[in-house]
Ligand binder design. Structure first.
Ligand code: NDP
Length: 321
């Protein structure tokens, strides 16, 4: 496994991480969760990602239980969670980054995760309804209290991150250390050179999500929606249209042809392609069972085989956007 620094932080994270969004929520059960985590750890994964809203708190609960059962030394892995959505459908406590919510929500996340601290704490989305100073101050206080080691953002524009950074500079508070962004062959432009350079100027590291575009790049949506897949779950209708889209699946077939010629799978090739971007620190994988994760983790060995010519052929299939 390769480890990269998280931006300018001294922390090193595995280039492939594991995230618990659907798999530890709607699909989750303890024994599978433990097996998945064990597969990840054996391969050298040291970063595990979750959020308070995944499964309305269920993903944090399951991850906390599984980590407790596995009994790993807390010093040996990096845990990240995210706040914004909230679990209470009441004013001040959902879809917000206000101080009241953040200070209460971190305590509740730590309780669900059964840990005294998370390593990385993200503001899951920007909140135009709260002054950025209030959010930066609250995140900085959470770090100062030892409840998180680093704080960052997800889905924020560079301008919004810059505002937070400048605010932290002005008031001598903790600066944001990382951003989480969607990045895959269908979202190539989300991590372009100019964006990455502006984050690097601030020392902000980048973790990316949905490397398989929610499973589409595995090639399994060519003919129908497989039973048990994310797209078949109640509440995930919003994903279905893009997963069964004929044009998108046509591109995945072309990717699969290149992958098979390399003795690899389209999922491995799509993930290996992500890791070739040196601007990112970690690609957060999803997998709903240990076999998927084993397959995907082999992308690390595939990445060095991607010549400039192969990278060009792959990128030629997927329009820049
Ligand atoms: P992917 O795009 O990699 O999709 C993962 C899903 O694809 C799996 O759960 C599985 O779903 C299917 N899959 C994976 N590998 C294979 C395979 N080899 N063969 C067949 N199917 C496969 O990642 P996610 O969308 O899950 O995102 C990864 C993580 O990123 C999340 O868990 C979360 O931690 C984070 N994230 C962060 C967001 C943010 O706003 N900051 C937003 C979204 C994600 P199934 O078996 O059910 O079909």
């Amino acid at each position: 496994m390769e480890y990269r620094r998280l931006g300018q932080a001294g922390l090193r994270v595995s280039v492939l991480a594991y995230g618990t969004w659907v798999s530890f929520s709607e699909q989750g059960e303890l024994s599978t969760a433990m097996d998945i985590l064990e597969v990840a750890r054996q391969a050298g994964v040291n970063l595990f990602d979750t959020a308070d809203c995944y499964g309305h708190g269920q993903a944090e609960i399951l991850l906390g239980r599984a980590l407790r059962e596995l009994g790993w030394d807390r010093a040996t892995y990096v845990l990240s969670t995210k706040l914004f959505s909230g679990l209470r459908d009441c004013v001040n406590m959902c879809q917000t980054l206000n101080r009241k919510y953040l200070l209460q929500a971190i305590d509740e996340s730590l309780e669900r995760l059964r840990t005294p601290f998370v390593d990385l704490l993200y503001c899951h989305r920007p909140d135009p309804g709260t002054p950025v100073e209030e959010t930066v101050w609250a995140m900085s206080d959470i770090v100062a209290a030892g409840k998180a080691h680093y704080w960052g953002t997800s889905g924020w524009s560079v301008e919004q991150i810059r505002q937070a950074w400048e605010c932290a500079e002005r008031y001598r508070l903790r600066k944001p250390s990382m951003e989480q962004v969607e990045y895959n062959l269908f979202k190539r432009a989300s991590l372009d050179g100019a964006y990455a350079a502006r984050l690097a100027e601030m020392g902000v590291g980048i973790a990316t999500w949905s490397p398989l575009a929610a499973g589409l790049l595995s090639g399994k949506y060519q003919h129908a929606i497989p039973r048990g897949s994310r797209a078949a779950l109640p509440g995930y209708d919003w994903l279905r249209t893009s997963l069964v889209d004929a044009a998108r699946n046509g591109r995945v077939r072309e990717l699969a042809a290149i992958a098979h010629a390399l003795g690899a799978t389209p999922a491995q090739l799509a993930i290996a392609w992500c890791t070739r971007n040196r601007a990112l620190s970690s690609v957060i994988l999803g997998a709903s069972n240990p076999a998927q994760l084993r397959e995907n983790l082999r992308a690390v060995a595939l990445a060095p085989l991607l010549t400039a010519e192969l990278m060009q052929r792959i990128e030629h299939i997927f329009p820049y956007g």
